[in-house]
Design a binder for this molecule. Structure first.
Ligand SMILES: NC(=O)c1ccc[n+]([C@@H]2O[C@H](COP(=O)([O-])OP(=O)(O)OC[C@H]3O[C@@H](n4cnc5c(N)ncnc54)[C@H](O)[C@@H]3O)[C@@H](O)[C@H]2O)c1
Ligand SMILES: O=P(O)(O)OC[C@H](O)CO
Length: 373
């Protein structure tokens, strides 16, 4: 096995081509995505890949290639500096992380695929991967979002499972990436469908002394928590931008949680109440409404009276990182309106209507007049 010494002395895992021949049963991990959370996920996995004998040392990370202001390619800089200078500056990823701008090449040898891109890009990525992955590959999605199709809503893990014909777990939680990058204690929840052993393998891959992961058998519940909390975060940002205070924000969070639970259970009757008390539920809702990017941009939107668009604020405030809450609010709204449920979900409905300029940000608190009976 490749030693810590080799890694510390700068010999990357990709230099050591004989490892597979010696230990063919080791799992090989590829992270598909290299944004803020994608880079931190690669760092966590890289730490464990070195420590645990069941994983190959090298962790491949697919990079959506871009040219930096210096004229250099992002993937080259990551491989030279061991740092994602654009999406996670100042943090070493682990020398066993290899950035790869070629998607098909990046996944080719992996039997464990970790998907972590903004949700809007996943349909295109899955199409490109059909027929290109190993037959025994398994997946996990760290992506908070969903797609809405003609036939109804489609969670990202379902999109991955159906298009690539593989099992897909999810990992969600109170996980502001920059905090996990500097090893502040955090928790996360793995959601799985049936196979507990597979879930435990994912738990082992991600768990570190400062990142505590637990598994629950409720893939839809876990994924919907991670997805829907971003809509509530937009509402919380409006409250902050309008300086309405802590009580109002707490009320919005409580009502948001209620809508998260009701919406999840209407879509999937299997969703468990207990899931909302895991890290993926109430804990993620709290952290995202206090310190997330959706909250931050929504605050700026409200301060500007809705006169600057979210696209403009995202580009200016996040420098390439992406919001998920605004598009998720639209997707949720489509489901609600298609199923005649708009009046049952006044908070979700109002968030979208504010985002598209139909109402002013202050209407976030007026929705309670339409409280469901
Ligand atoms: N950042 C966090 O704190 C955090 C924590 C938990 C979960 N998440 C979730 O993880 C997912 C990924 O977020 P992130 O923070 O890693 O990303 P990010 O928002 O930091 O970065 C955007 C990424 O999208 C890539 N990209 C841009 N255009 C693309 C295209 N056309 N095709 C493919 N990729 C493209 C960029 O290269 C970059 O890697 C999201 O669903 C997010 O909600 C994020
Ligand atoms: O920064 P946000 O709003 O995308 O939220 C980040 C994470 O999802 C928090 O768990």
């Amino acid at each position: 096995m490749e030693s810590q010494r080799q890694i510390l002395e700068g010999e990357t895992a990709s230099d050591n081509i004989s490892q597979d021949e010696v230990l063919p049963n080791k799992s090989r991990v590829t992270v598909v995505g290299s944004g803020n959370w994608g880079s931190v996920a690669a760092k966590l996995i890289a730490f464990n890949a070195l420590k645990l004998s069941s994983f190959h040392d090298e962790v491949r990370m697919w990079v959506f290639e871009e040219t930096l202001p210096s004229g250099e390619k992002l993937s080259d800089v990551i491989n030279q500096t061991n740092e994602n200078v654009k999406y996670l500056p100042g943090i070493k990823l682990g020398k066993n992380v290899v950035a790869d701008p070629d998607l098909e090449h990046a996944v080719r040898d992996a039997n464990m695929l970790v998907f972590v891109t903004p949700h809007q890009f996943m349909e295109g990525i899955c199409k490109r991967l059909v027929g290109k992955i190993r037959e025994d590959a398994e997946a996990i999605s760290l992506i908070k979002g969903m797609e809405v199709k003609m036939e109804g809503p489609c969670m990202i893990s379902t999109l991955i499972s159906k298009q690539l014909e593989i099992d897909c777990c999810v990992l969600m939680g109170a996980n502001i990436a920059n905090e996990i990058a500097v090893e502040k204690f955090s928790e996360a929840t793995v959601g799985y469908r049936q196979n507990r052993e597979v879930a435990e393998k994912w738990v082992r891959l991600f768990s570190t002394p400062s990142f505590m992961v637990t598994a629950v058998q409720d893939v839809e519940g876990v994924e919907l928590c991670g997805t829907l909390k971003n809509v509530v975060a937009i509402a919380a940002g409006f409250v902050d931008g309008l300086e309405m205070g802590n009580n109002t924000k707490a009320a919005i969070m409580r009502i948001g949680l209620r809508e998260m639970k009701a919406f999840s259970k209407l879509l999937f009757s299997s969703v468990k109440d207990s899931t909302f008390f895991e890290s993926c539920g109430v804990a993620d809702l709290i952290t995202t409404c206090l310190g997330g990017r959706n909250r931050k941009c929504a605050e700026a939107f409200a301060r500007n009276g809705g006169k600057r668009s979210f696209d403009e604020l995202e580009a200016e405030m996040l420098q390439g990182q992406k919001l998920q809450g605004v598009s998720t609010a639209k997707e949720v709204y489509e489901v609600l309106s298609h199923r005649g449920w708009l009046e049952l979900f006044p908070l979700f409905t109002t968030v979208h209507e504010i985002c598209i300029g139909r109402h002013p940000p202050s209407s976030i608190v007026e929705y309670s007049e339409h409280k469901p009976k």
